[in-house]
Design a protein around this ligand. Structure first.
Ligand SMILES: Nc1ncnc2c1ncn2[C@@H]1O[C@H](COP(=O)(O)OP(=O)(O)OP(=O)(O)O)[C@@H](O)[C@H]1O
Ligand SMILES: [Mg+2]
Length: 318
């Protein structure tokens, strides 16, 4: 099997917060606790879990917006060189990061309304090591606008002229212009109508093949995640409690938290979802975890291997 594009091992990150002058000791939010996973070439790996479980922090650690407290992030670039991103600095980090592009949830805020789409697309690219000059870059931008389902002449319009779904297409085009190997999509369809969501998901699947991408796809929505992802990690309290191929996760969710997530999905007509009754008895029912308490079991809990790339944490991690 080809080498993974990304291999994350034992990643942890806590944030100090100001508990006030009279606080007897420093207080921390334990955002990511001992997270490990790999993404293989051409694979879409999903992270799913409720708000605050550490999905975005994991992604930001990978692009080194933050430095991890512990753990390693191994990235294989287009030339086959491996980078230990947790130690990378300067020009080497910049070049590796060009190949890992991040698409955000809110395209309205990430696109400057005063720039033309052409300027938006080229603004990051012009500082990249792969910048081919303005004429060539403009041509590439036009090709990408078509590839994401827009008109090449949209280059001369501005972000407010576009709908939410179209703005997300522009964000995707801007990311692809950098010729990434790995695309990180963080809640990219969460702000969109359901019908537009599926258009964007299908566009991502098409672009994945056309541009030979691998993806880290983050969402709190299990239906979205299992639709687009090959494999999924279910996160709770900063830890992956279960990991499996999408189909396996749908058919045989094993961790009590995964089952709870499934059984909490509302169904049309009130028909109970598979295992709906489980929600009543779930140990997670009504539980709101405290992120300032480190889940003690996270480091020591055994991981059970169930075969077919299915693994589950042998602890409730409540
Ligand atoms: N820069 C930061 N400083 C302090 N605390 C932070 C910071 N970023 C995240 N946190 C905290 O870390 C925890 C994990 O946050 P994170 O944004 O990674 O969650 P998430 O799973 O992406 O949630 P959501 O689904 O709401 O986007 C939360 O308790 C959050 O408040
Ligand atoms: Mg987030």
């Amino acid at each position: 099997m080809a080498e993974p594009i990304l291999s994350v091992n034992g990643l942890s990150k806590r944030f100090k917060f100001d508990a006030g002058f009279f606080a007897p000791e420093d207080k921390y939010v334990y955002a990511v606790n001992n997270v490990s996973f790999t993404i293989n070439p051409g694979e879409i790996y999903g992270l799913v879990g409720e708000s605050g479980c550490g999905k975005t922090t994991t992604a930001r650690l990978i692009v080194r917006m933050y430095r991890p407290d512990e753990g390693s992030i191994l990235f294989t670039d287009a030339g086959g060189s491996r980078h230990e991103l947790e130690h990378s600095e300067g020009a080497a980090l910049k070049r590796a990061r060009e190949q890992i592009q991040y698409v955000f949830q809110d395209p309205a805020r990430s696109l400057n309304p005063r720039m033309t789409i052409g300027e938006v697309l080229l603004s990051g690219y012009r500082y990249a090591s792969t910048w081919p000059g303005k004429t060539q870059a403009t041509e590439e931008a036009r090709v990408l606008l078509s590839a994401v389902g827009l008109n090449p002449d949209d280059m001369y319009r501005r972000p407010p002229d576009f709908s939410g779904g179209q703005r997300q297409r522009i964000s995707i085009a801007r990311a692809l212009l950098m010729k990434p190997r790995l695309l990180i999509c963080d809640e990219v369809v969460s702000a969109l109508d359901v019908s537009i969501q599926s258009q964007i998901l299908n566009l991502l699947l098409k672009l994945k093949d056309e541009y030979h991408l691998s993806m880290l796809f983050i969402s709190h929505d299990l239906a979205v995640i299992t639709y687009i992802c090959d494999r999924v990690g279910v996160m709770y309290r900063g830890t992956i409690v279960e990991e499996a191929p999408s189909r396996t996760l749908i058919e045989n969710p094993c961790h009590a938290y995964t089952r709870y997530l499934y059984s909490s999905i509302p169904r049309l007509g009130g028909t109970p979802a598979a295992g709906q009754s489980a929600v009543q008895d779930s140990p997670y029912r009504g539980v709101r975890f405290d992120p300032t308490q480190k889940p003690a079991q996270a480091e020591f809990a055994a991981v059970k291997e169930l075969g077919d790339r299915h693994r589950v944490l042998d602890s409730l991690l409540l």
